[in-house]
Design a protein around this ligand. Structure first.
Ligand SMILES: Cc1cc2nc3c(=O)[nH]c(=O)nc-3n(C[C@H](O)[C@H](O)[C@H](O)COP(=O)(O)OP(=O)(O)OC[C@H]3O[C@@H](n4cnc5c(N)ncnc54)[C@H](O)[C@@H]3O)c2cc1C
Length: 440
């Protein structure tokens, strides 16, 4: 089953439809999850859709790499977040994908020993209280830096505060002082289930049969007339409406030239939703050293207190594989990415040694690293709402002139930064575009 899925991923990502100049009902820019969802929804309703993608594969930030390590490695999304209500879970069930339905077991290492059960409970209590304080402020409608409600906690000088900050930064892509309390509160939690063959593989299955023009970056979008005109490197597309699904940082960088320029309120929304930073460093061992020699359970998570928050969190033995995957976030992710893959690997290896000693380092045989912040069509990991800017998500999602629609993880209020948020926003944008096109 696993191999069959890997082949499917390859054939989907290599499939290519040549773009001719086209005149269609709808043009969708970006073949990540949001763009795929929008395209499938609109085509199912009979619209002619041109789906264009800048890179040489579909999926965007959903990408399972099976080549580098010879094992599925999710370079982007990995967990079915809010698994109780995640539409990808129903798709996984329908297509026979295996996922793990258990809470992630997090263990903390204190530098010279593992935390006791009582200490782990103290960490959990601290983290619960910190999250509850941010939520309480958000529930009251206050949109302040998420660090503000934590001020009183900080006075306690708890040893768990840096661990919480690391975890928060990994989840949000930015530290509490750069995130909106209201945005944090708006996110709907509900279980995190990893997909055995890779979330990217599940998305590749979702993309099967979807006609897409790869290596076709949109350079300009003219919405001054009755419809839209999109100029790409491979030709011009005229359409009645467009759905833009590219990440906010790509829009902020001016990769697509809009005529007329986007209005100030839309630019402000884009500005309020910068992409946060998260990267992964996967370390592969020649045997299951963490399980065999250290009794680490499958799919465990390791927190390191010394050095936190500027340390990675580790995912250990995903589905029993001989792997440790370091997750670095925020400024640490940016610095390491700038330093390059070897520096990333060396950093992760040294951090792992703190918990397991040099024996683990000796068993290392391969590695893989991500570089999402410099990936030209992504420029970050997922959207974060800056303090005071939680409402920017709804503004970002609001259409322009009834012919320019926006979707993607940034457009989701309660599932931003997530695969299912991107999916739902793509469907929502497509429905609005379908209604509009039918009126014309
Ligand atoms: C390291 C990491 C870990 C993550 N972990 C999880 C997780 O465990 N669970 C979860 O639910 N989510 C996770 N996410 C987030 C999730 O992957 C994203 O929210 C989701 O995939 C975003 O989909 P999208 O369609 O909005 O954007 P994207 O996937 O970014 O798609 C946008 C597409 O637009 C294309 N594009 C850009 N510019 C142009 C252009 N000019 N012309 C044409 N095409 C263009 C891009 O190449 C890309 O394919 C993670 C993300 C990262 C980076």
């Amino acid at each position: 089953m696993s191999d069959e899925r890997q082949d499917r991923t390859r054939s989907t990502t290599r499939g290519r439809a040549t773009l001719r100049s086209a005149d269609v009902d709808l043009v969708v820019i970006g073949a990540g999850i949001a763009g795929l969802a929008a395209t499938k929804t609109a085509r199912a309703e009979g619209l002619s859709v041109a789906l264009i993608e800048a890179s040489d594969r579909v999926g965007g930030r959903a990408h399972t790499d099976t080549d580098t390590l010879g094992l599925p490695f999710d370079r982007g999304c990995h967990w079915l977040h809010n698994a109780r209500h995640n539409p990808f879970r129903a798709l996984a069930d329908r297509w026979g994908f295996v996922y793990r339905k258990a809470a992630i077991e997090r263990r903390t290492h204190l530098g010279d020993r593992w935390a006791t059960a009582a200490e782990e409970r103290a960490r959990e209590r601290f983290e619960d209280e910190a999250s509850a304080r941010i939520d309480a402020v958000g529930a009251a409608g206050l949109d302040v830096p998420a660090s503000e409600p934590l001020a009183a906690l900080r006075e306690r000088a708890s040893p768990w505060e840096p661990v919480f900050t690391r975890f928060f930064t990994a989840v949000m892509g930015a530290p509490p002082e750069r995130c909106s309390s209201l945005d944090f509160y708006n996110y709907e939690d509900g279980g995190d289930y990893p997909v055995r063959d890779g979330f990217g593989t599940l998305v590749a299955r979702y993309a099967e049969g979807v006609d897409v023009s790869l290596e076709t970056p949109a350079r300009a979008l003219d919405w001054s007339g009755a419809g839209v005109v999109v100029d790409t490197l491979r030709g011009r597309i005229t359409a009645r409406a467009a759905i833009v699904t590219v990440p906010t940082s790509v829009l902020a960088a001016g990769v697509i030239r809009f005529t007329p320029q986007l209005p100030a309120w839309k630019l402000a929304a884009i500005d309020g939703l910068p992409m946060g930073h998260t990267n992964k460093i996967a370390l592969k061992f020649d045997r299951d050293v963490l399980g065999e020699d250290f009794g680490v359970p499958e799919n465990a998570a390791l927190e390191l207190r010394p050095g936190a928050p500027q340390v990675p969190g580790f995912e250990l033995r995903p589905f029993g594989r001989a792997l440790a995957i370091a997750h670095v976030a925020g400024s640490l992710a940016q610095e390491l990415e700038r330093a390059g893959p070897l520096a990333m690997v060396s950093f992760a290896r040294d951090q792992l040694r703190i918990a397991f000693g040099s024996k683990v380092q000796e068993r290392l045989v391969a590695h893989a690293t991500t570089a999402w912040s410099s990936a030209p069509w992504t420029l970050g990991a997922f959207s974060t709402a800056a303090p005071g800017r939680a409402a920017a998500r709804e503004e970002y999602a609001r259409p322009l002139a009834e012919r320019l629609f926006f979707a993607g993880d940034a457009a989701s209020v309660d599932a931003f930064g997530s695969a299912h948020g991107a999916l739902e926003s793509g469907i929502t944008a497509a429905r609005a575009a379908i209604d509009r096109v039918r009126l014309l």
